[in-house]
Design a protein around this ligand. Structure first.
Ligand SMILES: [Zn+2]
Length: 200
């Protein structure tokens, strides 16, 4: 069985292939699928906890076929009990050794958390509990966000902070699973196609 580091390298290469193929094929990429009529065993190499943003499909950006990634998606990649239990199943039950928390540039959940703070549901009646869950990780950015004329830079910092906070949360819950799991954070740049793995 491959190690978490082997899998990480495979996914880095998959992302590089995605970027290359998008640039060289006019925006069309190929992804491997099982043979017709075959039901392959479920042995994912990695678990992904990703923002639900429609521009961030994990299997596509890492160029992985059916059966490779055990993917969980919700706006702002917030961890709750259901997600946690399912991620545990992907690791302890199905054998994945790597968990990737995948955020992205231009994240609407982060923008809404900073843009409509203090439970403002009148101007933005969506994602109320998601915003509450994100808030502690980005609270330190609020003042900069409020005063910045160009808010993108602050949003980028907040995205990174929230990814790293979620990585920490997954590590804390995974400590009790009795399986050896590595947890890493990545941020997908929608315009370049690059998934940048965050240093800690
Ligand atoms: Zn997002």
């Amino acid at each position: 069985m491959s190690t978490a580091q082997d899998t990480l390298e495979t996914l880095r290469q998959g992302n590089a292939a995605f970027i290359h193929e998008v640039a060289s094929s006019g925006g069309v990429i190929s992804i491997p699928t099982p043979d017709h009529g075959v039901v392959p065993p479920q042995k994912p190499v990695a678990v992904v906890l990703s923002c639900a943003d429609s521009r961030v499909p994990p299997e596509v950006i890492f160029k992985q076929g059916c059966g490779k990634l055990f993917v969980h998606r919700v706006a702002g990649h917030v961890l709750d009990t259901h997600m946690s239990e399912s991620i545990e199943f992907g690791c302890a039950g199905l054998g994945a050794k790597l968990v990737i928390v995948l955020g992205h540039r231009d994240c609407g959940a982060i923008k809404a958390t900073l843009g409509y703070p203090k439970g403002n549901t009148e101007d933005f009646p969506y994602l109320e509990t998601v915003r509450e869950s994100i808030r502690p990780a980005v609270e330190s950015c609020q003042q900069d966000y409020d005063s910045a004329s160009d808010k993108n830079e602050v949003i980028n910092v907040a995205v990174d902070q929230h990814v790293l906070a979620t990585v920490k949360e997954v590590r804390e819950v995974s400590a009790g699973w009795g399986s050896d799991v590595e947890v890493v954070g990545a941020v997908f740049d929608i315009s370049s196609g690059e998934a940048v793995f965050l240093n800690e």
